[in-house]
Design a protein around this ligand. Structure first.
Ligand code: PEP
Length: 246
């Protein structure tokens, strides 16, 4: 698995007509020096996987159910994601935690299900603004890592996404990002030993072409999970280029 990753989270955006953005990315980044992954809505995964076949771009899901199969109307299993062409799945995004009441145990169960079928779990953690203001950030992140991760560090990416920075245009200072990412690496080291060094640690929250370079220069930042700026190839392409250059 690539240690440096640029991951696009399209959230609930994207129609068949938007697959043209992927063609642009493919032509302009045919041999990126980092892993490039797009997580479109579930309706586009199979089509996008066909679109990127033969290129360096990978496709992922934005969520999966913890069960292998069964009576779960509207849900999608990890095996279904893999079957559609996904190699990764985002889990525990703060919008899932807030909108669907997902707690750490739920995220852990989903991560276990994803890894069991060979998907890489991109586990998201991050504090709310109130937790940040109360000085609880490190405690929140430690608790979420303890509760959400499985015992498998091989098929794992961790994304630090301060909730208050998502879609707001606000970001922590570079010093704060460094402090958090160093702390996460140390936390993973306590849990996984030497294997922690290989786990990609992504920063997410208002990463744009204009700030990507400085964020990628921060200690223990191995890439980004990008929402809004991943929707247009022109913007996401600049973020990929910044990661390649870092
Ligand atoms: C996200 O939703 O994971 C995210 C980081 O969004 P944005 O880049 O738009 O802040």
């Amino acid at each position: 698995m690539a240690r440096r990753m640029a991951v696009g989270n399209w959230k609930m955006n994207g129609l068949v007509q938007d697959l043209g953005e992927i063609d642009l990315l493919k032509s302009e980044h045919s041999a990126p020096g980092c892993g490039v992954l797009i997580c479109p809505p579930a309706t586009l995964i199979a089509r996008m996987a066909d679109h990127v076949a033969g290129s360096a771009i990978m496709v992922g899901g934005q969520d999966c159910h913890a069960a292998e199969a069964g009576a779960h109307t509207g849900d999608i299993s990890a095996l279904m994601l893999r079957d559609a062409g996904a190699s990764h799945v985002i889990l525990g995004h703060s919008e899932r935690r807030a909108d669907h009441g997902e707690d750490d145990a739920t995220v852990q169960a989903k991560a276990r299900a994803a890894q069991a079928v060979g998907l890489t779990a991109i586990v998201c953690v991050g504090e709310t603004e109130a937790q940040r203001d109360a000085g609880e950030t490190l405690d929140v992140i430690s608790r979420q890592l303890d509760g959400s991760l499985t015992d498998d560090p091989a098929l794992l990416i961790v994304a630090y996404e301060p909730v208050w920075a998502i879609g707001t245009g606000r970001t922590p200072t570079l010093e704060e990002i460094a402090q958090l990412h160093d702390a996460m690496r140390a936390h993973l080291g306590d849990r996984f030993g030497d294997k922690a060094a290989d786990i990609p640690l992504l920063y997410g929250g208002s990463v744009k072409p204009g700030n990507a370079g400085e964020i990628f220069a921060v200690s223990n930042v191995d890439g980004a999970l990008v929402g809004g700026a991943s929707l247009k190839a022109a913007d996401f392409g600049q973020i990929i280029a910044a990661l390649d250059a870092a």
